[in-house]
Design a protein around this ligand. Structure first.
Ligand code: FE2
Length: 371
């Protein structure tokens, strides 16, 4: 059998209030005495109603929850108030802890600075890391200094040359962050294209001590749109007689040649052009890119300090470049140019978002480095 619920009525309030009982008894005693003394009932009631405690008592007789303070609405309100008070206290504790931590950190750094002590030497694991937080494209973009839009708003964004410029001529345009194309530049520099084919480059890497694996270990391989995981696999898939057909997948990959021996051999076959400015860093790495017809590098901005040059050793590559966000309205957008076999292109990949597309049927292969 289930329990029978106790009915809540004004005569039978849910919660017994001992004070109300006492007050009730006192009131009855008081009223009896008053009546005995000849005071009229109406007068007694009017007098009593003017007393605060008694007024509450009468109200309680009509609605027990209205005066008691234990009603469900008040319960909810008081719980809400308590909750809010708790959250307020919690926030104050968090703020206080944060300020304490910040003060301690600033004090620690200040003391270390005064004593000329490097605090990180006590945390070798942190010191080994180049960055405390991983640096992604968004953080790099946030940290990028704003560009002066004159680089794309003043004059033609692409400068074409049909002859090899003198050092002085090239210096005038070298760091304007515009694209420079020297048509037929490879041949005009006296570079023999047949010495720098895909097969020859593979031979150069294979001839290094440790073979292709050494090159793969030291180099930065970027798969871009290809499925290749290692440079070795990628190079195995390409050759000078590779014929691309529409049924085959498109791929594009690149790598920086950080192998000293391979770099020396490459630079013997493609020496640094004389017209490049003297301030060029001679220790920069060579970058090579190979791609089949189809999409090349997807749209991106390179967070580098210097522009790059690329000699188009085989194939045809179309570039689409876009100014940085702050210059979008002031500059042509996009700028499209095509680089043919034997041309040399100079691009500022840190000022132009860029994507490429390999045209025709031949593999595209480029060699270059920054300047
Ligand atoms: Fe790039």
């Amino acid at each position: 059998m289930g329990k029978k619920g106790k009915k809540t009525t004004p005569d039978n309030p849910k919660k017994e209030d001992p004070n109300a009982d006492r007050l009730q008894k006192l009131l009855f005693a008081h009223c009896n005495q008053q009546l005995k003394d000849g005071v009229k009932m109406d007068e007694i009631i009017n007098f009593l109603k003017n007393q605060k405690l008694v007024e509450d008592f009468f109200k309680k007789q009509k609605n027990p929850e209205a005066v008691s303070g234990d009603g469900p609405n008040e319960d909810k309100e008081s719980k809400l108030k308590k909750g809010l008070r708790l959250i307020g206290k919690f926030n104050i504790i968090i703020l206080f802890t944060f300020l304490l931590f910040l003060t301690a950190l600033m004090g620690y750094v200040g003391v270390c600075h005064l004593l000329d002590v490097n605090p990180l030497k006590y945390f070798p694991k942190i010191q080994e890391k180049r960055c405390l937080i991983p640096v992604n494209q968004i953080i790099k973009e946030m940290a990028r200094p704003l560009a002066d839009c004159a680089y794309c708003s003043v004059g033609d964004p692409v400068i074409e040359m049909n002859e090899i410029p003198s050092k002085e001529e090239f210096l005038k345009v070298a760091y304007l962050s515009k694209t420079i194309i020297i048509r037929g530049g490879v041949e005009k520099l006296g570079i023999k294209k047949e010495n720098l084919t895909i097969d020859k480059i593979k031979e150069i890497f294979a001839s290094q001590p440790g073979g292709m694996k050494a090159v793969a270990d030291y180099s930065t391989f970027t798969a871009f749109t290809s499925h290749f995981v290692y440079l070795e696999d990628a190079l195995e898939a390409v050759s000078d007689d590779f014929i691309w057909t529409e049924e085959k997948e498109s791929w594009y990959f690149g790598w920086s040649n950080e192998h000293l021996g391979a770099s020396k051999k490459l630079r013997k076959l493609f020496p640094r052009p004389d017209f490049l400015p003297d301030e060029v860093d001679p220790t920069g790495f060579d970058w090579m890119f190979i791609g089949s017809p189809g999409p090349g590098v997807p749209m991106h901005l390179d967070f580098v300090k210097r522009p790059l040059w690329q000699a188009q050793m085989s194939g045809v590559k179309r570039w689409e470049v876009f100014p940085v966000y702050e210059c979008e309205s002031a500059c042509p957008n996009p700028v499209v140019f095509t680089v043919y076999t034997g041309d040399i292109a100079f691009v500022a990949p840190h000022f132009w978002f860029h994507k490429t597309f390999v045209e025709g049927k031949k593999l595209s292969m480029t060699i270059g480095w920054d300047y």
